[in-house]
Write a protein that binds this ligand. Structure first.
Ligand code: SF4
Length: 234
């Protein structure tokens, strides 16, 4: 077995063990383990729905790197939260962009690729830039929660991300919507203002609509297309 394969197998085993041992641990304990294990090799990713993850991670590792993918299609409120987080939280916020601007993508693939081929649009504007930004790191932290979607129900608090060859840490995987709301209230966490306007789950503007009464939180994402994930967690 090559050294690279051996390292990957060791990391996958480490993630599996930590995922079991920390399954019911508080988010801070999971992040403390990640900080001790990976140090500067740890990076936080965020879609800027709220600053819960940045608050948690920076309490364990002040100055932690935080990656945000600016797809060029975000709501102005999302960009506003990004700038507010960068100005007020002890994090190193890194905003990355796709290889092409929206205008360049329109010229190459035709206008409104999000409507004609949303999977390709997400690959170009989200998945590829994030994967490139994660390359220097050993582990990434996400705000993924099991209650968000059936596709997320089996998420572990620590997993092996075989596609990227790195460990994935989901410290709030077990949190309910009420847990998030309580943490936001208790710590005065910054939130995307759209959360109070009927958008419990916020992605790019062309692919996000308000949620109607009784609908699940992610019903407003790619509504009517059958698409439920952008591919970041696939
Ligand atoms: Fe494109 Fe919509 Fe995916 Fe954003 S969420 S990258 S606009 S398809």
């Amino acid at each position: 077995m090559s050294a690279e394969l051996e390292w990957g197998a060791a990391m996958a085993d480490l993630a599996w063990r930590a995922g079991h041992r920390l399954d019911r641990a508080p988010a801070q304990e999971i992040l403390a383990w990640a900080d001790e294990t990976f140090g500067a090799g740890l990076v936080v990713t965020t879609s800027m729905q709220d600053a819960v993850l940045m608050h948690l991670a920076s309490s364990v590792r002040p100055g932690v790197d935080v990656v945000f993918v600016d797809t060029g299609y975000h709501f102005v409120e999302t960009i506003g939260l990004r700038d507010a987080v960068a100005a007020t939280y002890p994090v190193n916020l890194v905003s990355v962009t796709p290889a092409q601007t929206v205008a360049e993508q329109d010229a190459a693939y035709g206008p409104r690729l999000h409507a004609t081929d949303p999977d390709l649009c997400c690959t170009l504007r989200k998945v590829e830039p994030l994967s490139k930004a994660l390359e220097p790191y050993s582990a990434w932290v996400t705000g993924l929660r099991r209650v968000e979607a059936p596709t997320r129900r089996r998420a572990r608090v620590v997993e092996w991300d075989a596609r990227r060859g790195m460990v994935k840490v989901n410290p709030i995987a077990a949190w309910s919507d009420d847990d998030v709301a309580a943490y936001v209230a208790d710590h005065g966490i910054l939130e995307n203002p759209l959360r109070d306007e009927g958008f419990p789950s916020i992605g790019c503007a062309p692919c996000t609509r308000k949620v109607l009464a009784g609908e699940p939180a992610r019903a407003g994402r790619w509504a009517g297309t059958g698409k439920v994930e952008c591919g970041l967690h696939g």
